[in-house]
Design a protein around this ligand. Structure first.
Ligand code: HEM
Length: 127
């Protein structure tokens, strides 16, 4: 069973945060900072952005429902494919995945905008 949309976003955000931190620790231990852009995008597109989406849905600042579920899967795919794509572009000069990941991350923010605007006329939890 899928959890509510706010919890789904927040759980994936925490998992991304853990992955980003582990990569940060690994980079520090190895004194190899080639993957800093991968680390920053796991943390900022994964942990921070997904957590903000989850909080937005939780507070009623964005409207839940079917479009929010589509938003979740687009955001999840983007949060995974963008750092993987940056890794492939950095280490193997392969750019296809980073392009797909970028478009998904942009699409996810546009879907969030739609759900934020759709929530304009509903009362937010925080008033
Ligand atoms: C266990 C936790 C973390 C560790 C061990 C860690 C480690 C690192 C390391 C070693 C660097 C490279 C520094 C350098 O190039 O000199 C770095 C850069 C960076 N980290 Fe983390 N990090 C952690 C958590 C986070 C989190 C939670 C975020 C964001 C929410 C974050 C965002 C960034 C950013 C934006 C940079 C690039 C800074 C710059 O280039 O000026 N990190 N981190």
């Amino acid at each position: 069973m899928m959890p509510s949309i706010d919890r789904a976003f927040f759980t994936l955000a925490v998992l991304a945060g853990l992955a980003g931190m582990l990569l940060g620790i690994q980079m520090g231990m190895a004194h190899d900072f080639q993957l800093v852009p991968v680390h920053t995008h796991i943390n900022l597109v994964g942990w921070v952005s997904l957590a903000l989406f989850g909080i937005g849905y939780r507070l009623g600042l964005a409207k839940g429902g079917g479009l929010a579920v589509i938003h979740f899967w687009v955001a999840a795919a983007g949060a995974i494919l963008l750092p993987v794509g940056i890794y492939l572009a950095t280490t193997r000069q392969q750019e296809a995945v980073v392009i797909i990941g970028s478009v998904l991350v942009l699409a996810s923010m546009l879907l969030f905008l739609v759900n934020v605007v759709r929530a304009w006329n509903t009362p937010a939890a925080a008033g």
